[in-house]
Write a protein that binds this ligand. Structure first.
Ligand SMILES: [Zn+2]
Length: 155
């Protein structure tokens, strides 16, 4: 799969045109596209997994495709990603893809499996950085036992 094919494949997963241009500005879009291989894109397609960038606290967008029932949407808050580096943002998105592909894995095991998806795509160090950053930025969400367990597993 060449870079152009990857660009087309990631574009098909995106629900929000304006969000794409924001992800490009954040240097997230291209490296996210390149982090995934042909098998990964096939998994995303078979499982009807889509990415929808939004702008907190609320935003709207027009849907240009018909989503099948049960489609999984990974929602990205562009305003939050602005506080993180591009590699941290990509690691977080890969983690969420890992969740979307393993919907029956819950709790600690679900977190570790989602982390493994990012680790397997060479984003282990970035994932660790993202957890440390998120803990500082959003302690109410991330200053938790599970975050410590994830950090320990990555160090
Ligand atoms: Zn998670």
């Amino acid at each position: 799969m060449n870079d152009l094919e990857k660009a087309e494949a990631i574009h098909k997963r995106m629900l929000n045109q304006f969000g794409i241009s924001e992800l490009i500005k954040l240097n997230v879009y291209k490296d996210l596209a390149l982090a995934l291989n042909a098998r990964d894109y096939a998994d995303l397609e078979e499982n009807n997994i889509y990415i929808n960038p939004l702008f907190s606290p609320a935003s709207q967008s027009d849907l240009e495709i018909n989503l099948p029932k049960g489609a999984k949407i990974i929602t990205l808050d562009i305003n939050s990603l602005k506080h993180l580096s591009s590699i941290e943002s990509i690691a977080i998105i890969l983690h969420e893809i890992g969740h979307a592909l393993n919907p029956f894995e819950k709790g600690e095991n679900g977190e570790f499996i989602a982390d493994d998806y990012a680790i397997d795509r060479n984003y282990k160090a970035a994932l660790l950085k993202s957890l440390v950053s998120c803990k500082k930025l959003w302690p109410s969400e991330f200053d938790k036992n599970i975050t410590e367990k994830r950090i320990n597993r990555l160090t």
